[in-house]
Design a protein around this ligand. Structure first.
Ligand code: GCU
Length: 508
């Protein structure tokens, strides 16, 4: 019965595909799948018949997530980050760079996040608007940028990456920049002078009355009313920036610039979107293959293209560009840092499973959740680890040849700050702070091998105890801090900035 249903689903899926636009170059029509059809398609490619359902976050549900530490480690021993596949121990930096790291890259790409395709088209950046602003007390220049992906080979899909660069102008520069996954907007758009405002209003009223003459009576009744109002301009009495100020304002006050880059302008944050966005453009609107990239890798690719632009901007010190994100964007930030060596530093906020948390741990979110509802974040192959019944049998997180400690290790020796908040304040246990701490501890061995400090403990992830919240472990290139706030990295920004400036030897 299941089998019949499955083929029916696939049949209806291709029926949908038939109805959609086709490209001029004769390539097959653009596929439009629902999220479920996209999953079914990958299951079929992988030979999976049945997936285990994701755990529920609701503790009263029968299949709720496990929060019992004694059941959290079904396969406690991690793959040794410093042992080659042939069993030999890696004991010097050369062997790390030439042998072990490439092995890990290969497995992490193939099994977790997917590979970058070879034929990704070029991105051309244009500055759309340049605005002089004052943010808090800091004068800054804000540039809105669009990165257009060359789609001349497949014009049915258009990808325009959207970002904002904001740089303080009261320091000599070029300045370091923290790139953050999020919504780009002008921080404090400059407002027209009162005189200009008067002119704008007069002309606007005239236009409105022309459009609808009955409006004249209303304007006559409220003669002092102005339809266009002025946002508050710079406040020269703005309170001094402190740890409570927005992260962006803290960065500018410390002589850092920042970028916000919109992930959804690169790749949609849903499964149905896999035949659109940059992944869809490269695949000419066809579904992914098992080794193709997922949204996390696509977002990371977009960040690297944004860094290409920053390398051309004289306001930016491109050797000191960091990457930041929280939650799913914390995962994306870690993937970015791991795969793009030009990023000099990172702040990985509350990244959970798919980020810093160990995949093979069974605590909070499971491999089954990532390979189920969030399948599109990962490469197609990741679904195998949520399979209960498949041509290859059953697999779980314990079958993964790699784990998150090795993803963190790919960042070494570049400074990497792993941040979490408190479950009681909303940084849910679901994210598995403990499993992320274990991965951080284990990854430290590679930082040490490469001659820098890790978080300052042994690398025995089974015995090291996660420190109490608000403990600074910030003396090395690998850093850990669990703050006392919620699902954000904001409370850690006042700790991140001085750490980052110190390890990157930046003085404003
Ligand atoms: C869900 C998901 C997490 C993710 C989070 C988010 O909770 O299970 O993995 O980090 O959404 O991005 O908000």
């Amino acid at each position: 019965m299941k089998k019949v249903l499955f083929s029916l689903l696939l049949a209806s899926a291709s029926a949908v595909a038939q109805n959609t636009a086709s490209s001029k170059d004769g390539s097959p029509p653009l596929v439009t799948f629902t999220d479920q059809q996209m999953r079914d398609n990958m299951m079929q490619q992988l030979g999976i018949k049945r997936m285990r359902p994701g755990y529920s976050g609701n503790e009263s549900d029968p299949n709720h997530a496990n929060y019992d530490e004694s059941k959290a480690n079904p396969c406690p021993t991690l793959p040794d980050v410093l042992v080659l596949k042939n069993g030999k121990k890696v004991s010097n930096a050369d062997d790390w760079w030439n042998k072990r790291r490439p092995e890990l890259v290969e497995d992490i790409e193939r099994e977790l996040y997917g590979r970058l395709p070879k034929n990704i088209p070029k991105v051309t950046w244009t500055v759309k608007i340049t605005d002089k602003e004052v943010v808090g007390r800091t004068p800054a220049v804000a540039k809105q940028l669009i990165g257009h992906v060359d789609n001349s080979e497949f014009p049915l899909i258009n990808v325009d990456i959207n970002m904002m660069l904001v740089v303080p102008t009261n320091v000599k520069g070029p300045v370091p920049v923290l790139m953050m996954f999020g919504r780009p907007s002008f921080p404090a758009p400059a407002q027209p002078s009162p005189e200009h405002m008067e002119k704008l209003n007069a002309s606007f009223k005239e236009m409105m009355i022309k459009h609808d003459p009955s409006l004249k009576a209303i304007f006559d009744q409220y003669p002092a009313y102005t339809p266009v109002t002025r946002l508050p301009g710079p406040n020269f009495f703005a309170p001094a920036t402190n740890g409570e100020s927005p992260s962006t304002e803290q960065l500018l006050a410390a002589g850092w610039g920042y970028v916000t880059i919109d992930p959804s302008s690169i790749q949609a944050d849903n499964g149905a979107g896999l035949t659109r966005g940059i992944i869809g453009l490269v695949n000419k609107g066809q579904p992914r293959k098992p080794e193709d990239w997922g949204a996390l890798r696509a977002w990371a690719w977009g960040a690297a293209r944004a860094l290409d632009y920053l390398e051309t901007d004289p306001l930016v010190d491109a050797k000191r560009v960091g990457i930041e994100g929280v939650s799913r964007y914390g995962k994306a930030a870690l993937v970015t840092m791991a795969f793009e060596p030009r990023f000099a530093i990172s702040l990985i906020g509350s990244s959970g499973k798919g980020g810093a948390a160990l995949h093979r741990r069974v605590f909070g979110e499971g491999v089954e959740n990532l390979s189920g509802g969030f399948h599109y974040w990962m490469g197609g192959n990741y679904m195998k680890y949520g399979a209960e019944e498949a041509d290859f049998g059953k697999k779980t997180g314990c079958d993964l040849p790699v784990d998150s400690h090795e993803l963190i290790a790919l960042c070494a020796p570049r400074p990497t700050f792993i941040s979490y908040g408190l479950p009681e304040k909303g940084d849910a246990k679901w994210l598995d702070q403990q499993g992320s701490y274990m991965a951080t501890v284990a990854a430290g061995a590679v930082f040490k091998l490469l001659g820098v400090k890790d978080i300052g403990v042994s690398n025995d992830y089974l015995t090291e105890k996660m420190p109490p919240y608000n403990t600074d472990m910030l003396t090395g290139q690998l850093a850990w801090r669990q703050h006392d706030g919620g699902h954000t990295d904001w409370p850690n920004m006042q700790h991140f900035i001085p750490w980052a400036s110190r390890v990157l030897k930046y003085e404003k």
